[in-house]
Design a binder for this molecule. Structure first.
Ligand code: BG6
Length: 500
């Protein structure tokens, strides 16, 4: 295990939700597992005034609410927490940050000034903060590395994404920028690569010759909860599809990297994203479905329509569902559709990839040949299910579909890292393999921009009742070819219990 070098972690947006819900718990777990540097500082920065003590109390309380903590570990962890109020929109005010970092470096006897800056702020500050850091020389690596983690969204559309990238690159070089996509931090997303490239029995089949089509589902049963204000300006395409699901698609579709390192991996990721067939006018009409949830009673509970959610406009046309038939124009995938969908208020929370293999060339055992199918379950009930044909016991020769399952819970290994733990640790260690590179982000926006333009069309949006699998038009995406979406349950294996 590589322990990161002594460093300071500066979190902008320190009083926000992301910090207390994700970042601090992740850092606490890393600390409790002895994975953080020997000497480290966590410095929270935002406009609100806190003392170190009151900031510690605030975070301690939210940690308590989230999970079990060990009191002595928690106290020791909190000793590393500090706070500095800065008006982050005012460049001059960053002088306070410089002074505070100097003081802390002395207090902790840092030999080098390694610093990880985390932008957990509203996106409107994503250009402002790096510029102010640059102005005060906090991007200078002559006395230790300086890294910048940027949360999604990396831009709002293609144009703003290019601008954001240019702005940040004025002050930080690409090797210093870590664009976080928490899906890449998920163990099961990383496993897509290991599963594909460490098994000679799957890899030869992983192409247009043997695969009929691929499904990628990112379903959520929750609605927009308290995030209506943000979500209404975003929608499913920006919130889930442009980043998380296209990254999953890249993991399913990419070529094997020569090595597992940031350059080799991300070279392959960007290649496959750049091969996505641009959506033309016909695709937008025929191969894209956008939906918005409407009120319904699900399992006895009334669920309001999207437009009735807090922070959402009464006449909102924001999509809470997106379904796309995507094609990858390259040697491996030509002609294989990737059906991708994501939505809120669907029947259950599940993220999975389903690989549908082609039928055998001749149906020796009757027309209803069993499907050869691999279900790679990213969450929950993480695992893999493989279906194949077997002789139905008894007289004659009839084939019957059976399933073989692997569940992560059956592994002996404990101590799996959560996405944020893994990614924070990688950033501290200078490993950018699981972070989105500038060219990949751009390729995703290039693919998505026609959808964003099309969203304005009055006919582009369909309704679907809460608790259903999206608009019925989404079924037609596959039904035209006699195919159907899988209707996954909360549990990977089809048992008697299913949420539906
Ligand atoms: C976030 C989106 O990036 O991912 C949320 O903003 C979404 O809207 C979440 O709910 C899903 O993440 P996970 O890890 O729960 O699948």
């Amino acid at each position: 295990m590589v322990i990161p070098e002594n460093s300071s972690i500066v979190i902008f947006g320190a009083s926000g939700d992301l910090t207390s819900r994700k970042l601090i718990p992740a850092l606490y777990h890393l600390y409790a597992a002895d994975k953080l540097p020997k000497s480290f500082v966590i410095l929270g920065v935002s406009r609100t005034e806190y003392s170190d003590q009151s900031y510690r109390e605030k975070l301690k309380e939210s940690l308590h609410q989230l999970e079990k903590t060990e009191p002595s570990k928690l106290d020791a962890f909190c000793d590393h927490l500090h706070y500095q109020a800065v008006n982050t929109s005012d460049c001059e005010d960053y002088a306070k940050l410089v002074t505070r970092l100097d003081e802390l470096a002395t207090q902790y006897s840092f030999e080098h000034r390694n610093t990880l800056f985390y932008l957990a702020t509203p996106p409107s500050l994503y250009s402002v903060i790096p510029a102010s850091l640059g102005y005060h020389g906090l991007n200078d690596e002559s006395d230790g590395w300086k890294r910048l983690i940027v949360e999604k969204p990396f831009g709002y559309d293609l144009e703003s994404a290019i601008k954001l990238d240019t702005d940040i690159h004025q002050h930080f070089e690409e090797h210093q920028i870590y664009r976080i996509d928490h899906y890449l931090g998920k163990e099961t997303v990383q496993n897509l690569l290991v599963f594909r490239f460490s098994n000679a029995m799957f890899e030869p089949l992983w192409n247009r010759n043997y695969i009929e089509y691929v499904e990628i589902t990112g379903a959520e049963s929750l609605g927009v909860e308290e995030r209506g204000g943000y979500y209404d300006g975003s929608g499913a395409v920006r919130d889930m599809f442009q980043n998380h699901l296209l990254q999953v698609l890249a993991m399913v579709g990419m070529e094997p990297p020569a090595q597992i390192n940031a350059d080799s991996m991300r070279d392959e990721v960007v290649k496959v994203l750049q091969c996505l067939k641009p959506l033309d006018e016909n695709d937008l009409k025929d191969n894209l479905v956008l939906g918005q949830y409407t009120e319904s009673t699900v399992r006895g509970k009334f669920l309001p329509s999207y437009r009735d959610e807090n922070g959402v406009a009464d006449d909102s046309r924001t999509e809470t569902y997106v379904g796309v038939k995507a094609c990858i124009n390259n040697w491996r995938w030509n002609g294989v559709p990737f059906y991708i969908r994501s939505g809120k208020r669907l029947p259950t929370r599940v993220t999975e990839v389903v690989i549908h293999f082609k039928n055998t060339p001749h149906p020796v055992f009757g027309q209803n040949a069993p499907e050869n199918k691999l279900i790679i379950r990213i969450q929950p009930d993480e695992g893999i299910q493989m279906s194949f044909g077997l002789k139905e016991p008894g007289a004659g020769f009839k084939a019957k579909e059976v399933k073989m399952n692997f569940h992560y819970t059956s592994l002996q290994e404990t101590g799996m890292l959560t996405a944020y733990e893994r990614l924070l640790l990688d950033a501290l260690n200078g490993d950018a393999t699981l972070f989105a590179r500038s060219d990949a982000v751009r390729a995703c926006w290039e693919y998505v921009q026609p959808i964003l333009d099309y969203k304005q069309e009055p006919k582009a949006l369909f309704g679907y009742a809460c608790g259903t699998w999206g608009p019925k038009e989404a079924d037609d995406l596959l039904a035209r070819r006699d195919r159907a979406w899988r209707f996954p349950c909360k549990n990977l294996t089809d048992t008697d219990y299913c949420e539906l």
